[in-house]
Design a protein around this ligand. Structure first.
Ligand SMILES: Cc1cc2nc3c(=O)[nH]c(=O)nc-3n(C[C@H](O)[C@H](O)[C@H](O)COP(=O)(O)O)c2cc1C
Ligand code: SF4
Length: 387
């Protein structure tokens, strides 16, 4: 299971878009559905299905949003795609626009990536000059433009509804679903929100065919995936692997065979200990997210956990009680553990609280923030209780 270069590899500018415009929007969606590709933003929702929902909406004004808010700790894959491959992202957005009947797309760019704004704008302008964006794309009856909107540094604004609310000019807060963005998104019109990597992938699916992409990955997790690899590794950086790679295989490739633990999927992901390094990274086993953080043999796992929980306490939007109070209580418990003041009984209560948070928080932040607490406590119980 070696490094692949599909999303990161060569691509003839416009080849995906040209092919898309030769078939009907319905056929484009069928091809994406047939590829079984899942969104690369973390939640793993099937991309083709999302597009179909938006395409089926009778409202004629629709929008495409590229989620480039990339705030998950340890993740930098979207930054690299927007730096080195922005035209692949823009082309994927245009294909999506054609498929669902949208004329306008937006890149919601993380506030900290402001320095990339002009660079991306230059690529938008150059694609317009070449006829891949703008009016009558490639001489066909299809127009599509892209505008950049800036985020302001809130992690929660990567959540699709918080993102849309902030674009609508309101506080960037998630809200209950339904309605879904495909029904009422930007300006309350049908909108698809996809990750930067998802849009890149679309080009290759359309230009090379769904069958081709299905040759990579597993039955339920097709294709390759980008991983931002950091921590105690010899060769940190951006890697592209087939989904279904085991943690062991990945560690070997990046030079971290002595790892004690691996955080798969960023702070909101799962902590995996050595005993589980034979597990595969895939939507059915260990959901991939965008980042792999490696912990070497001498790392203090309680300290690592405290770092993650600090982040969630800071970034919770505070709208719902399980997340606002729960993250705070988990952090407080970690501090008690550090001082040797947390009883085993109270630790069990915190584990129950984590389960309640997962079930009752309003959005993915509060639903996933207890993951690191639960997995680190389970994997390193002896090390932690010894204190
Ligand atoms: C707190 C939070 C932060 C998120 N941040 C991002 C992000 O930075 N980029 C992203 O693509 N998705 C992020 N998501 C997931 C989005 O809500 C959404 O599922 C995703 O953009 C859909 O794209 P996809 O279908 O291509 O995966 C976040 C979700 C939550 C709950
Ligand atoms: S789960 Fe957290 S971030 Fe999400 S709405 Fe509730 S308080 Fe806000």
């Amino acid at each position: 299971m070696k490094v692949k270069e599909i999303v990161l590899g060569p691509h003839v500018l416009g080849s995906g878009l040209e092919k898309a415009l030769e078939i009907t929007p319905y056929e484009v969606i069928l091809e994406i559905k047939d590829s079984k590709i899942k969104g690369r933003g973390g939640a793993g929702f099937p991309t083709g299905l999302k597009w179909q929902f938006a395409a089926n909406e009778p409202e004629p004004t629709k929008f495409i949003i590229c989620n480039a808010d990339e705030g998950e700790p340890g993740t930098f894959k979207d930054r690299i795609l927007l730096t080195d491959h922005p035209y692949k992202v823009l082309e994927g957005m245009a294909i999506a626009g054609y498929a669902i009947g949208a004329k306008q797309g937006f890149i919601y760019l993380r506030g900290e990536y402001n320095y990339l704004r002009q660079h991306i704008q230059n690529h938008i302008d150059s694609m317009k000059e070449k006829g891949f964006l703008g009016k009558k794309i490639l001489g066909k009856d299809f127009s599509f433009d892209v505008e950049i909107r800036m985020g302001a540094g809130a992690y929660v604004c990567g959540e699709e509804f918080a993102l849309i609310e902030s674009m609508n000019g309101y506080r960037g807060e998630p809200h209950n679903k339904p309605p879904f963005p495909t029904q009422q998104g930007y300006l309350r019109k049908p909108t698809i929100v996809n990750n930067v990597e998802t849009f890149c992938k679309v080009n290759f699916i359309i230009s090379k065919g769904a069958e081709w992409i299905r040759e990579y990955g597993t039955e339920l997790s097709t294709g390759t995936k980008l991983f931002s690899v950091s921590g105690d590794v010899k060769h940190p950086g951006l890697y592209e692997f087939e989904l279904g790679i085991t943690v062991n295989q990945l560690l070997k490739e990046v030079g971290a065979e002595d790892a004690k633990a691996v955080q798969v999927g960023g702070a909101s992901g799962i902590n995996v200990a050595r005993k589980d390094f034979n597990k595969t990274i895939s939507y059915e086993t260990l959901p991939p997210g965008g980042s792999i953080i490696v912990f070497g043999p001498n790392r203090d796992m309680l300290h690592a956990l405290k770092n993650f929980m600090d982040f969630f306490v800071e970034e919770s939007c505070g709208q719902c009680t399980p997340c606002r109070e729960g993250n705070y209580r988990l952090l407080e418990g970690i501090e008690m553990l550090e001082k040797g003041e947390c009883s085993v009984r109270y630790l069990k209560e915190l584990i129950t609280l984590s389960e309640v948070m997962k079930d009752s928080s309003k959005c993915g932040l509060g639903q996933s923030s207890p993951n690191c607490f639960l997995s680190i406590i389970e994997n390193f119980r002896d090390e932690i209780l010894y204190r």
